[in-house]
Every structure is written in C-alpha cells, then in structure tokens.
Write a protein that binds this ligand. Structure first.
Ligand code: 4AD
Ligand code: MG
Length: 465
C-alpha cells in the first residue's frame, strides 16, 4: 500500500473530511505516547497547526516508530476522526506510515522547543521548520500577494526595473560593484585607475539601491506604476532594521502632488495591515502569544486611526522640547535618528506619523524644492517599533531646478542624461515612495530583528546560505 496523493493539513481542519480515509505528508514535530499508543504531531507548512497521528505501537513496532522522530519526513494514511483530546479538533488513526527521510535525534539541531532566534539564524537552512518561521514565511507570502493585488485593483502597472545599473539612484554612494574584471590584476589606464572600458558592460556597473529613477521613466508614460524587487545597500549598518539586500516596493505616479502621495501611502499601509488581520489570523495569534503581546492590538490600531501629518520643522520643535537624553542631539538641519522617530510615534503622538518638508541638504537630489529654497517635498512615514517604514517625495519636474540641484549635490549629469531628458520632453508633476518590504514585515509580524523576517539575511560580514 502506498500513501498516495496528500491532503494539505490545513484542509483537514475544515471538518468536511471527518470519517474519510486521508493521506498526509510532512515533517514530524514530536512523538510521544506509551507502550501501546504513539501520538505523532505532523506539520506540512500549510498551517501553524500540526495534525495528530495516532498509531498503534503493536501494529508498527517500536523499532520502526523510533525512526518516526522529530524532524523526520513521513507520509501517513488513515481515518480522519474527531479527536477526544482538547488540544486538537481532529486526528488521524493511522493504518500506514512511510518514512521518506530520517533525522537522527542525536544530531538533528531542532530538538527542543524554545531555541533562541540568534541560534536559529545560524541554522537558517532548517529554521523554516519552526513554528515562528513558518508563520513569518506565510505572512511574507500573503503580504507580497496583497501588494500586487492592491496595485492591480487600482490600475497600477508592475514595472521590472534593472538590478544591475550604472547609476546611484539615491546619490548616497553605498553601492556594491558588479564586475567580471580580475580584481587581483585589473587593466589600468595610464593614470593608474581601473580601465572599466574593458569590463563586461564597458563601464562601471553596480547593484541597484532603488528602482525609482527607472520607475519615474515609466510613470511619465503609463501614469501609475510600481516596482517590487530586490535592492542592495553596501552601508555598514549593523542594526535590527538594516539589511544589505532587501526588497522594496516603489509606486510612482504622474500628476500626484505630495498630499496625494501621502494619501496613497496611508491607504496602502492600512490595506496591507487589514489584509494580514483578515488572512493571517492564526499565524498572527501565534506570534502575538510567542513574541509580542501587543501585536494584534497594534495592527488594529493602525487600521483604525489617521496618521498624524506634520513638517520636519514642527517635529524638531517638539523634539527640542522633549524631556529626553538623546544619543544624537537635535537641532534644525540634522537627520532624524531612530530614537527621534520613535519618540514622535510612540511617546508624543502615539500614532503613525508622516513627516514632510525636510531640509534639502539631508535628502536626495530628485526631491522637489519648496519655495523657501531650504526644504524639499519629502515625506517619511514613521511607525511604532520600526521608525521609518516609507520614504518618498514629490519629484523635481523643473529642468533648470533639477540641473542646479544635481550640480549642488555632485550628481554627474552626463551619466544621468536619460533622467534629465524626461524633464525636457513632456515633464509633469509626479510623486512616489518606497516601502521597505522587510520593515513592513517587522511591523506586521511583531518580530524585532529584520534578520528574522527574510529567509536568508545579508548583513555586514554575513553571507551564509
Ligand atoms: O528612504 P529610502 O532610501 O528611499 C528610496 O530608496 C527612494 N528611492 C524611495 C522612493 O521614493 N521611491 O528607502 C525606502 C525604504 C525605507 O523607508 C525603508 O523602509 C527601506 O526602504 N530601507 C531599508 N530596509 C532594510 N534595510 C535597509 N538597509 C534599508 N534602507 C531603506
Ligand atoms: Mg529614507
């Protein structure tokens, strides 16, 4: 007898298969029991819940059941019945078990419950088999789907922007280089500099920090677009909120002013939060119980309350008056740090905050200059526990102003000729923003380290798996 086609465990909890013969396949979480009967908790990733398999020890033999140990992959077939135990609504009275892969208990690392998140990072190849990472990965999937659904329903087009690029979109210089030259012995020009004309692309190439600039080109034709792809930053930021490789969602909209941009950002974040509450209920309940007792409450709060909107200048005034010992002192002109952002959100307003009109010196060259000639039409959305979750702006659509800003900020115009040309031909007001996918997931899952919401984190000095 073979096991045959498997049912997903999630479907067995729906109740309509009770009394029928079913087959399941998955990985053993625990086996317990006594001389007569074995209880096997099986999980196949389709739900946080395990299905209980009840096996007669005499039928299978003690030796055989020894290999049905934590971590082993098995298939089982038997009758689905209502369970007498309080822990689970249904269980399978198994008649047949097939072992696909054993997991030697003396070396399988996921034996006991309650491994630390730090330890699990070291075994990222196995951590999807834990309850926590199962939940995180299912929520990650649900959020990716909801993002595409949101924009598709609104008539936005998904644009694929390049991952290898010749430009530094943020002008921040934190770029990974892409080359096929022999780094030990690259061809050199007379002045000693590397001769990139002999490199693969005939010029210097990098991994992109943002799809925005190419997204703008598409928005100035299709009106409303978004990107959703990997982005790379070679900044040496060892924090719970920074990755060297992260995913970003960047909508870009023609004919949007900054206020339209803020409306979209707020609506988008509320939609995604609501989607998680509706579609990831059991996983959220688990994470709420395990890691963050206020998680679900916080998610509901965000969907039900308007975000506060105020200017950078107003925020600085609040921070200067605050009775706090800042690690980074505050005055007009400084870039806000996480401690300042979280004070505004968690202590002062107790609500998500959208800050606008930052000093031009601390923001990117492409942001629209205000009439005061001092601030730009930037907007950062600040969230509880996270700080900055979205960064965006209205874009400078005026050719002369953009050109001047590029000179001021040392952005090479020759290299960016294509970007500048959109301001020469049919320029239009437009705006957009970037949502860090893993920052969103930090918020939605309640996890506190960004390394725990991406399957294989890339951070300084860490590129395992
Ligand atoms: O504020 P940033 O740098 O903005 C941009 O890249 C713009 N091009 C976006 C746009 O207007 N289209 O990044 C946007 C967001 C941040 O708010 C944050 O959520 C996330 O990306 N982010 C990171 N997430 C994880 N690790 C990092 N190192 C991140 N840097 C930015
Ligand atoms: Mg930013």
């Amino acid at each position: 007898m073979t096991i045959g086609k498997r049912e997903k465990i999630v479907d067995l909890f729906k109740g309509d298969k009770i009394g029928k013969e079913v087959s399941v396949k998955g990985w053993v979480r625990t086996r317990r029991g006594n001389k007569n009967i074995a209880f096997i908790a099986l999980n196949d990733g389709s739900t946080i819940h395990n299905i209980q398999l009840v096996a007669d020890v005499e039928v299978f033999g003690e030796e055989f059941l020894k290999d049905v140990s934590t971590g082993a992959s098995i298939g089982a077939k038997g009758n689905l019945v209502e369970s007498s135990g309080a822990e689970q609504p249904v269980e399978i009275q198994v008649r047949h078990i097939e072992i696909y892969g054993k997991a030697d208990p003396s070396v399988y690392p996921l034996q006991k419950k309650g491994h630390s998140l730090e330890f699990l990072r070291e075994i990222a190849h196995l951590r999807p088999r834990t309850n926590t990472f199962g939940a995180v990965l299912r929520i990650r999937h649900a959020m990716a789907y909801a993002i595409h659904k949101y924009f598709n329903d609104k008539g936005f087009y998904y644009i694929h922007t390049p991952i290898i690029t010749g430009s530094d979109a943020e002008g921040a210089g934190a770029l990974f280089k892409v080359t096929t030259l022999d780094i030990n012995n690259p061809p050199r020009l007379q002045n000693g500099k590397v001769d990139f004309s002999q490199d693969f692309f005939g010029k210097e190439a990098k991994l992109t920090v943002s799809g925005q600039l190419e997204g703008e080109l598409a928005a100035l034709a299709l009106s409303e677009i978004y990107t959703f792809g990997p982005t790379f930053r070679a900044e040496n930021s060892n924090t719970p909120r920074h990755l060297a490789e992260f995913w970003m969602i960047e909508p870009e909209m023609a004919f949007y002013e900054i206020s339209d941009n803020m409306d979209l950002a707020e609506d988008f974040l509320k939609y995604l939060t609501r989607y998680a509450l509706e579609h990831c209920k059991e996983d959220l309940e688990f994470l709420n119980k395990m890691w963050d007792k206020e998680l679900i409450e916080r998610l509901k709060f965000v969907t039900e309350n308007s975000f506060v909107r105020l200017s950078y200048t107003e925020a600085i005034a609040i921070l200067e008056k605050a009775d706090m010992k800042w690690e980074f002192p505050v005055s007009w002109g400084v870039d806000l740090q996480s401690e300042h952002e979280r004070y505004l959100v968690e202590k002062h307003f107790k609500k998500p905050v959208i800050l606008t009109d930052y000093p031009k010196e601390i923001k990117a060259f492409y942001m629209k200059l205000n009439d005061d000639n001092k601030t730009v039409r930037a907007m950062d959305v600040l969230f509880p526990k996270i700080g900055e979750i979205i960064g965006g702006s209205q874009r400078e659509e005026n050719l002369e102003t953009l050109a001047r800003r590029m000179v001021e900020m040392g952005i090479p115009q020759e290299e960016m000729w294509w970007y500048v040309e959109t301001r020469k031909f049919g320029t239009a007001p437009h705006s957009g923003f970037g949502l860090g996918f893993e920052r969103l997931l930090l918020f939605v899952t309640g996890m506190s380290n960004i390394r725990d919401v991406i399957p294989f984190p890339r951070t300084p000095k860490n590129c395992e798996f």
